[in-house]
Design a protein around this ligand. Structure first.
Ligand SMILES: NC(=O)c1ccc[n+]([C@@H]2O[C@H](COP(=O)([O-])OP(=O)(O)OC[C@H]3O[C@@H](n4cnc5c(N)ncnc54)[C@H](OP(=O)(O)O)[C@@H]3O)[C@@H](O)[C@H]2O)c1
Length: 347
């Protein structure tokens, strides 16, 4: 596992970290024993940074992380989020009283006195025009309830506005092969201000693992069933905003770019075959994660996983060689032709 600096915190965090939404809820059935095994597998593989939220399973995810802390000796960081307990997103909802109440609840769930990194959880966009909200967060840092704070955003424009506040250490944003716009302007600005970037939904909700087919059925309480059109929250959070059928077609094309084990030369090799065989073999999930790691502005990717085997596969991406320039170019071309019109100007 390789590590990268997170903002100005001085922390070195695992470049493949752990997204703990799925082990909380909204992804079909979860079994706490298996979730805990997945968390242990993450620590075993060198992960030292876990992303959760007060609303994931209404605190279930935070409580599992508290349990992990009791069961292990090594130091790791937990970042949680606040804001989604509001029944309806309003800028006024981000009051001192509410923020303190949500944070106190997370402190209890996490069984700690101080939250390592608190992120506003995709707040109403007008929150970025209310400096007083960031003043309240500064006060909570001074009071010792938070070590640092950052934001999780839906759109590039929100990210650009958020990093104008000097206390913001990190921005969490959707970034993956199907969501490339953050890399254009935002990454440069974040690097210039030494703000960390947490790349969320790195596998486009599992689509980019390449293991899904048209026949895949999602449970009623899995957002990949109930939020495909943004019925419950921003539609961009489900398959990164790409419709399932289009996503599956693009994934088939991506599979042809995954480096494979070298095979004996065929009588008439194609150029692309030579490129694929010249790199170490990997899975599509690993290619998707490697693609993210090719951007030095990114602090870490935070793939979600419910099972230890998924965790192990995802973690292994850190130790693979960088993707070739040719593969990166072909991924860009695929994005431009099949995905860009569906997502690029929406977020
Ligand atoms: N607003 C926000 O702040 C926000 C929103 C979304 C996510 N997040 C954070 O970002 C994290 C990551 O995003 P995400 O969980 O939504 O999406 P993701 O990481 O793109 O996809 C996670 C899902 O992909 C599947 N998967 C993972 N590894 C796999 C592998 N190696 N092979 C096959 N399938 C695999 C699993 O689902 P199945 O096995 O069930 O298919 C897993 O639950 C979240 O856990 C959360 O911490 C934050």
């Amino acid at each position: 596992m390789k590590f990268r600096e997170l903002g100005r915190t001085g922390w070195k965090v695992s470049e493949i970290s752990f997204g703990a939404w799925a082990i909380g809820g909204a992804w079909g059935d979860v079994d706490d024993r298996e979730s805990l095994a997945a968390l242990h597998a993450a620590l075993d593989g060198g992960v030292n940074f876990f992303d959760t939220a007060d609303v994931y399973g209404d605190g279930r995810s935070e409580r599992l992380l508290a349990k992990l802390k009791k069961e292990r000796k090594e130091k790791f960081y937990i970042t949680t989020k606040a804001g989604r307990r509001l029944p309806k997103q309003t800028p006024e909802g981000y009051s001192r009283e509410n923020l303190t109440m949500w944070i106190d609840r997370s402190l209890r769930n996490l069984e700690t006195d101080t939250i390592d990194l608190l992120q506003l959880h995709c707040p109403h966009p007008k929150v970025y025009y209310r400096p007083e909200v960031f003043g309240i967060l500064d006060d909570l840092v001074k009071a010792g309830k938070l070590r640092y704070y950052g934001v999780s955003v839906e759109k590039v424009e929100e990210a650009l506005k958020a990093i104008e506040f000097p206390g913001v250490q990190s921005v969490q944003i959707i970034f993956n092969i199907f969501r490339q716009r953050p890399a254009k302007l935002f990454f440069k600005e974040a690097q210039r201000r030494q703000v960390g970037i947490l790349a969320r939904v790195p596998l486009a909700s599992g689509l980019l693992s390449g293991k899904m087919t048209r026949a895949r059925k999602f449970a009623k309480d899995d957002h990949r069933n109930f939020n495909r059109h943004g019925e419950a929250f921003d539609r961009g959070e489900t398959f990164a905003g790409v419709d399932f059928e289009t996503g599956l077609r693009a994934v088939e094309a991506l599979k042809a770019l995954v480096p494979v084990a070298a095979t004996p030369p065929s009588p008439k090799p194609k150029d692309s075959d030579a490129t694929r065989a010249s790199q170490p073999p990997m899975t599509l999930a690993q290619l998707a994660l490697r693609w993210i790691l090719e951007f030095p502005a990114v602090t870490c990717a935070i793939p979600g996983a419910k099972r230890p085997a998924q965790v192990a596969e995802n973690i292994a991406a850190s130790d693979l060689k960088p993707l070739s320039k040719d593969t990166m170019k072909q991924i860009d071309a695929l994005y431009d032709t099949q995905i860009r019109p569906l997502v690029h100007q929406y977020w």
